[in-house]
Design a protein around this ligand. Structure first.
Ligand code: NDP
Length: 481
């Protein structure tokens, strides 16, 4: 069976401990490869490599950094099928989804930041004839990048690309649950000629590798995407060391459907925003609020479409939902379905594990689940489930639904369906969220700021905001007379 390796100082190496962790295929429930069980020693080695590479990489002309990154983007595109299949086997998501969304976006991340850096400029503040101030933007040094399992290569590259484009060197850790495409990326980086030490990838557990990155005194910046609890732990460790941190955390996003919406479009897109990637996207709209006058109509139409969604072998192009990422995660999701029942909810569709045949009989499949009859403030409607589970709740007025929508600790994204221009703008302004989609979902322009408010995070990624984060501004003031 394949043993994944760490990527340190330009080479693929075994963990110092020589210990490995089982890597499961969620579609079959079987171990299919081994992940380095790295620890602090490997993080130290990676950090030393990054520190050694930094003086040269940070002054490498941006055109040259861009050229290498464009080569990596090209290689990701060239390996689209291989990477999409690897992502699906590691994560359980349909291959079709990985081929359409995850892998193309990973290539776009490199492409976008490779070209973006050529256009990134800093400010000048002139004090009439007295003085000129200009802002120098310099890379911070070694950036620590830690990413989750739901969109493995997509989110991993979303951090790495702006970090190295702006001249930093990186020590990165993908989720130990989905390490394979990060490993394949390290092979592509070698092929593209990325200088040694610029990117170092250390595989292993969060409490070992992630914690060692967060606590390392020579890593002054942490970019983290993952759960709110882990984000709080990283902030606790990083804050006394005055590290720069960007935290992209959990969500419990509202999907608000007003009676004046484009009904067909709202139903169709709500299927995606509820169940894409088995509901394991931080931006999924898991709380669906429907104006009372169309509640029954929406519910009936939505449920009839949900029942047609095929849960199955992720490699089958007919499957709309594959497996959820792990046995533990499946059990967590199903425990929330039980909680919903205890809290008085009615299961309108799904609510159970799906047992497939043959080699998939031990896989982690859950039927897309729709629940109604719950209070807006019960635990099912307040806590992040991160699976194919949504709730339906009717509302009467705009004020009422805004109160429901804003009632959670989270504030990542929100979706609003209405044909009223004034209402769309008014509601968008009042929602506690970093991103509001009106009459669409997951439409992304990589130039826009991305992030959340409240317990959904601190800081913004995306566009030039990412370059601002990965560089330190220094004001230089020159007296003219
Ligand atoms: P986790 O917080 O469990 O893990 C995220 C990463 O952090 C993993 O690589 C994990 O390693 C690592 N980690 C765990 N413990 C520590 C630690 N003490 N110090 C440093 N690193 C650590 O999140 P999940 O992987 O379960 O991802 C799901 C979560 O991510 C959801 O809450 C989801 O909403 C959120 N998310 C947010 C997004 C956003 O943009 N706001 C986007 C996508 C997901 P290991 O895997 O070994 O535990």
């Amino acid at each position: 069976m394949q043993k994944i390796k760490n990527y340190i100082n330009g080479e693929l190496v075994a963990p110092i401990s020589n210990l490995y962790i089982d890597n499961y295929n969620p579609a079959t429930g079987k171990v299919y490869s081994f992940i380095p069980d790295s620890d602090e020693q490997d993080v130290n080695r990676a950090t030393e490599a990054a520190l050694a590479a930094f003086p040269k990489w940070s002054v490498t002309p941006k055109e040259e950094r861009s050229r290498i990154m464009l080569k990596i983007a090209e290689l990701i595109e060239k390996n689209l099928d291989r990477l999409a299949i690897a992502e699906s086997i590691d994560n359980g998501k349909p291959v079709s989804l990985a081929r359409m969304i995850d892998i193309p976006r990973a290539a776009s991340n490199f492409h976008f930041y490779a070209t973006g850096i050529l256009h990134y400029a800093s400010h000048c503040h002139a004090m009439e004839d007295t003085a000129i101030n200009y802002t120098l933007r310099t890379p911070v040094g070694v950036a620590g990048c830690i990413s989750p399992w739901n969109l493995p290569l997509y989110l991993f590259t979303w951090k790495i690309a702006p970090a190295i484009a702006s001249g930093n060197c990186v020590v990165a850790k993908p989720s130990e649950i989905t390490p394979m495409t990060a490993y394949l990326l390290s092979e592509l980086c070698i092929e593209a000629g990325l200088p040694k030490g610029v990117l170092n990838i250390v595989h292993g557990y969060g409490h070992k590798v992630g914690a060692a990155i967060s606590a390392h005194p020579k890593i002054p910046l942490i970019s983290f995407t993952g759960g709110t609890k882990t984000g709080a732990e990283i902030a606790r460790v990083a804050a006394p060391m005055f590290k720069k941190i960007s935290l992209e955390l959990g969500g419990k996003n509202p999907n608000i459907i007003f009676a004046d919406c484009d009904f067909e479009n709202a139903v169709k897109t709500t299927l995606h925003s509820s169940f894409a990637n088995q509901g394991q996207i931080c931006l999924c709209g898991s709380r669906i609020f429907i104006e009372r006058s169309i509640y029954e109509k929406f519910k009936n139409e939505f449920i009839s479409k949900v029942k047609t969604l095929k849960v199955g072998n992720p490699a089958d192009s007919e499957s709309r939902l594959g497996a959820v990422v792990s046995k533990a995660h499946m059990e967590k999701i199903l425990s929330y379905v039980e909680l919903a029942k205890q809290e008085g909810g009615t299961i309108l569709s799904g609510g159970h594990q799906v047992k497939l045949d043959g080699e998939f009989s031990e896989g982690y499949y859950i039927a897309p689940t729709v629940i109604e009859g719950l209070a807006y403030n019960c635990r099912t409607n307040q806590e992040e489930i991160f699976g194919p589970v949504v709730t339906l709740t009717p509302f009467e007025t705009e004020e009422e639904v805004l109160m429901y929508a804003n009632s959670t600790q989270y504030g990542l994204s929100a979706i609003v369906w209405t044909e009223s221009l004034t209402r769309a703008h008014r509601v968008a302004g009042m929602l506690h969220a970093g991103i509001v989609w009106i009459n669409c979902w997951l439409l992304r322009d990589l130039r826009t700021p991305f992030g959340g408010v409240k317990s959904s995070g601190v800081g913004r990624e995306g566009g030039f905001e990412a370059f601002d984060f990965f560089t330190e501004p220094k004001n230089v003031c020159i007296k003219l007379k």
